[in-house]
Design a protein around this ligand. Sequence first.
Ligand SMILES: [Zn+2]
Length: 116
Amino acid sequence: MKPNSQVGLRIFFAFTLTFGLSSCSRKSEPAPPPAAVVPLSQELTEPVLEILAKADAHDGTVDHVVEDCASCKLHMKGRAEYSATLRGYTLHLCTDRCRQTLANDPEKVLTSLDLE
Ligand SMILES: [Zn+2]
């Protein structure tokens, strides 16, 4: 999605919230898409890649999918709709906020995980 269309969507929703509540017409406007996968392109150091591998194993399966929320130190179950991809791994985060935290500084989030 282009930035322009996102802004347009926001204006649309603001307009709908302000003026649209009184009309009950069921328009076929598409629902906002579920949070899409955020690709994280940051270069990671080798220790961080090891942490990623351990975080992958932490959920019980080594499948390059980290199913627990890294931003919550893997204490919360992540959700597929809040995914981020990082160096071949897919990380499930529990909320959009958690995903944003990870996106802002993946290295910091990953190095603060306490993995055995
Ligand atoms: Zn979380």
